[in-house]
Write a protein that binds this ligand. Structure first.
Ligand code: FAD
Ligand code: NAP
Length: 339
């Protein structure tokens, strides 16, 4: 047996909020064989199994009475290259941003807008990670997952993944699919998406008129670094709430009272409201109680100033949710996965 199972392991280093809880059992899976050993171990000892990657989209609200398996499998391989389009596969444990960096260094375009997102390749499909107008569904070419119910491998197509805004089949069927490796279709010719937020403006400020994918990646890294707290310095899980989708009539109604409300039209006639705008205008930006707070620069990000507990962070989130519902009649949905 190569899998090293340890008991009573602190998960503080393994969740970006830096919440100090412990796992009853903990192991790192470096291969498919390790994953299968972990499943067998959990079944034999009758403990639940929780798979994690970088822990950057978790809110841990207490000790975890499970075998926590951190995906640490490594490997990136080129599966096909027709001179224009490449298909590249990465193992679940590969850290996301270095993988993006690797694809750009090969001259492959498609992931540049998803630069500097923490976490692993294997978790990226879970909420169809997205930023600056691109989601992984836009470059997705398939994935291999283990069905924890049957022990069989399944190759998923784009349609089968049911990707939606911060959502997927894997999130809907939480605990069933263990993602082992993911494939992306990237392009040698750049098809850049610059019309989102301040991306083009940042490039212009840098004197770049005809950006390469690497230029776009660098611009996005610089924007993100200015605005988002680095989890290594200040615990957080990125955006704590999804941007709510509401009927356009509700936005019209809100705009009568709040003319500067930020909302974007969506396919299907709905509008997406910037949740950060709602939270900021409700006065929560910079709020702090004990070590749980709302980031000073980005109201969508809850932060742990040191020793906040999961329940304290959750309590703050629930208070914000209630306040936003009362003030704006908008329901905010939490984004991190809670355990
Ligand atoms: P974890 O937090 O470890 O796990 C997340 C969920 O996936 C859990 O339910 C876990 O059980 C499950 N899981 C993990 N690995 C696997 C696997 N191999 N198979 C099956 N299930 C698995 N998200 C965005 O979409 N866009 C952003 O721009 C963005 N920016 C962020 C910025 C900061 C500063 C932070 C802290 C977070 C940000 N996030 C963003 C959220 C987060 O980085 C992503 O959701 C990321 O994909 C989570 O990866 P992870 O490996 O850390 O997953
Ligand atoms: P921002 O640029 O201040 O924009 C605020 C919100 O407006 C964003 O959430 C974005 O929605 C939306 N938006 C902006 N321009 C838009 C456009 N042209 N069309 C449609 N919607 C538009 O946002 P930010 O907080 O600095 O984040 C920048 C990007 O990184 C966003 O895409 C955001 O989702 C992503 N991000 C995600 C996380 C996370 O944890 N999930 C954390 C940090 C950043 P969308 O969020 O739907 O894109």
């Amino acid at each position: 047996m190569t899998l090293q199972v340890r008991a009573g392991v602190s998960l503080k280093p393994f969740n970006s909020f830096g919440v100090d809880v412990s796992a009853r059992l903990f192991a790192e899976a470096h291969s498919d064989a390790d994953v299968r050993q972990a499943l067998a171990y959990a079944a034999e000892h009758a403990v639940p199994l929780l798979v994690i990657g970088g822990g950057s989209n978790l809110l841990l609200t207490g000790d975890i009475d499970a075998l926590v398996v951190r995906m640490a499998s490594q490997g990136i391989r080129l599966l096909s290259d027709d001179g224009e389009r490449v298909v590249v596969e990465a193992e679940a444990g590969e850290p996301w941003h270095p993988f993006v960096h690797h694809t750009l260094a090969q001259g492959w375009s498609g992931l540049e807008n998803l630069s500097l997102i923490p976490g692993t390749v294997g978790a990226a499909p879970m909420q169809n990670i997205g930023a600056y107008g691109v989601e992984i569904k836009d470059v997705f070419a398939g994935l291999t997952a283990l069905d924890r119910q049957t022990g069989e491998l399944h190759e998923f197509t784009l349609e089968e993944c049911r990707f939606a805004y911060r959502d997927s089949l894997f999130k809907q069927q939480a605990g069933r699919w263990l993602i082992l490796r993911v494939r992306f279709a990237l392009s040698r010719a750049a098809h850049l998406h610059l019309e989102y937020g301040p991306v083009r403006q940042r490039l212009t400020e840098q004197g770049i008129d005809q950006p390469t994918p690497t230029d776009v990646s660098r611009a996005i890294c610089s924007i993100r670094s200015e605005k988002l707290p680095d989890p290594a310095v200040l615990g957080n899980a990125g955006s704590f709430f999804k941007n709510p989708l509401v009927p356009a009539t509700h936005v019209t109604h809100l705009k009568q009272q709040y003319p500067d409300l930020v909302a974007y039209p969506q396919p299907g006639g709905q509008m997406k409201i910037a949740a950060g705008w709602l939270i900021e205008h409700a006065g929560w930006k910079g709020f702090r109680e004990g070590d749980a707070g709302v980031h000073k620069l980005q109201a969508l990000v809850l932060v742990n100033y040191g020793n906040a507990t999961g329940p304290q962070l959750l309590d703050l989130a629930l208070r914000i949710q209630k306040d936003i519902a009362e003030r704006f009649q908008v329901e905010l949905e939490m984004e991190p996965n809670r355990y």
